[in-house]
Design a protein around this ligand. Structure first.
Ligand SMILES: C[S@@+](CC[C@H](N)C(=O)[O-])C[C@H]1O[C@@H](n2cnc3c(N)ncnc32)[C@H](O)[C@@H]1O
Length: 197
């Protein structure tokens, strides 16, 4: 099964609960500008456009951005700004919401700090980050592939530091499946955090 199959399936998955929670928390006086980090085919980006956000959505995959551009053609360059780009070089606009569903852990560990600093700096005070991180019990993390960024619980607390208030963390540590039907052990943390400075 291919990348294309993955992206088609991803469009039929519900928006993840912490993205909905982020919308309840975000300071409504801020400009409605969001970034979808590693957006894939753009399920979450389209959800945010439909809720009134201007959405900058990027992914390193040409196929993903082509599919999102097709799905969101009526919003292109007005409310939806898709781009082929990578975590560490994307120019993050000042925003009130950054969402990174199941993507940021694919960042090369040597480039993660640079990507995270850009994300953290781009959020306005009162803005919200929501997204997933990978924990050390994940079967992909245990393979020591070297191309994934893995965080312990403690490291996550440090990452958000004093600039954010963590509003919720959901830890998922159990056997499961990928969207392409392969068995694996998932260990992820889904985090919602509000920028407070
Ligand atoms: C598991 S998919 C999640 C896609 C989407 N967020 C969703 O929930 O449907 C991970 C995505 O991260 C993207 N990705 C991986 N490495 C990346 C990088 N260095 N920069 C930007 N995107 C990347 C992949 O191309 C893929 O579309």
């Amino acid at each position: 099964m291919s990348e294309k199959t993955y992206y088609e399936r991803s469009l039929n998955v519900d928006v993840y609960p912490h993205l909905r929670m982020a919308l309840d928390i975000v300071d409504v006086s801020l400009p409605k500008v969001a970034v979808d980090v590693g957006c894939g085919a753009g399920r979450d980006a389209l959800f945010l456009v439909e809720r009134g956000f201007k959405v900058h959505a990027y992914d390193r995959s040409d196929a993903a951005i082509a599919r999102l551009s097709e799905m969101g053609s009526m919003y292109l360059n007005e409310k939806l700004f898709p781009k082929v780009c990578s975590f560490e070089i994307f120019e993050y606009p000042r925003s009130s919401l950054v969402s990174s569903c199941s993507s940021l852990f694919f960042c090369d560990p040597g480039l993660f700090s640079r990507a995270w600093e850009s994300i953290a700096r781009s959020l306005l005070s009162g803005g919200v980050f929501c997204g997933h991180f990978m924990g050390p019990n994940d079967s992909w993390a245990k393979m020591k592939r070297g191309d994934l960024t893995v965080h312990t619980d403690e490291e996550l607390q440090d990452l958000f530091g004093r600039d954010f208030r963590i509003m919720d963390i959901y830890e998922h540590d159990s056997a499961g499946m990928t969207l392409l039907g392969k068995e694996k052990h998932w260990h992820t943390y889904s985090v919602v955090a509000q920028k407070i400075i």
